[in-house]
Design a protein around this ligand. Sequence first.
Ligand code: G6P
Length: 483
Amino acid sequence: MASQVLVAANRGPLSYALAEDGTLSARRGGGGLVSGLSTALAEQPDALWICAALSDADREAVRRGVAEPGVRMLDIDPTMYDDAYNGIANSVLWFTHHHLYDIPREPVFDAGFRRQWESYERYNQAFAQALAEEAGQGAQVLVQDYHLALVPGLLRVLRPDLRIAHFTHTPWAAPGYLAMLPDTVRETLLWGMLGADVLGFHTEAWAAEFLGSARLDDAWGRSEVRDGPVVEHRRYAVWPTRTTHVRAYPLGVDGDELRALAHRPAVNAKLAELRAEVDGLRTIVRVDRTELSKNILRGLLAYRELLTGRPQWRGRVVHLASAYPSRQDLAVYRDYTAAVAELAAEINAEFGTEDWQPVLVSVKDDFERSLAAYRLADVALVNPVRDGMNLVAKEIPVVSEAGCVLVLSTGAGAYEELRQDALTVNPYDVTATADALHAALAMPVGERAERTKRLAAAATSLPPTAWFRAQLSALGPSSPAGV
Ligand code: G6P
């Protein structure tokens, strides 16, 4: 049956496991995008989620015709997928939007890159094709993230009747940074995005970067853009004049749901374990995918500077860093993961004593342990160089028991809403970060609690369900008669 609400995202809400006896079982997938969307979709029982088959077990499920209701997995050729996901999405677009290139050496846009870009186009085409097949007349389609930036444009060509939104969970690159991409690639990217009726970003800042990029193209006479939050795009004859609305929808957390999760027996048990480990010490907590944009190394350097410059904290504080591996197919991520472990070990060797270990690194993606750490945290360190939103900054104040001081970088999307009650730092300034950690540890309990209350209120102002509904309503009701 054709669907009236469709979501497309690289990662789906579930993944399959293949047992030795050949049976397949479905498991719920992880990650912020997946959990936010899953919550939002719970109230859209007829929605369809189109995603890529990510593993051999997923591909096997597609081949055997095994499917869960509401989910369609696409069996993408593994080489094409590797080029599109590792090559373009995570090595080029991720690095561009997060400004992560090491400019003297990278990027290099050569023939290999162009081959990968073609795969990225075909991977986007596969999603557009599947959406075109599954969508009912005039349906609402919500496309997610940088993996699928071309889908709105491609889908509009196939199905002009659909209402299409695209949401970017990352930052958008500053126009000058985006200009590093080869002209045809950058134009195609903007063309793809501008195929949407509504373009959503987590912050006004990222929406403004997008509009700046579209204007830059305008300067080259390739599209027409006028001031304000509206882009008019007249590049393609298929739709001579249409309007793309560019807006911020700052995703928040569902306070009640999160507090309930954080008080389940399994989390209580982890909390008891953690309490025994930290044994009355003050805690500085961080939880990240081990990811270059999260700036874990400078966070550790700041902690080292704190212990060096303010020796009164030695033996009284512990840094609980949960840094679980991510995208380990890419060498740059593997190297970064190793560098984090090495620096933590150095700090432990430099300051540790028989009965005090200054840094405890956990590399397991263990949400229950993270929730326990949130409850226990005196200080939360969220210092990304550039981050679409960073939901950890929003989750900790909601779950924290005694009030927790948030040290937050200006590069996090969450900075736009949380800046007033966090201690804010320039993510590159290690000394300022060390000073903020000191101020956070020294903050009076009453002030800490007051700030935490206000942070929690801001963090829960647009929970996933309302965030999703706001985008659906910006698209207008799905109408069987089409647009
Ligand atoms: C970011 C992206 C998401 C992605 C997540 C995990 O938050 O915006 O789209 O799902 O990272 O990355 P992964 O590569 O593991 O899906």
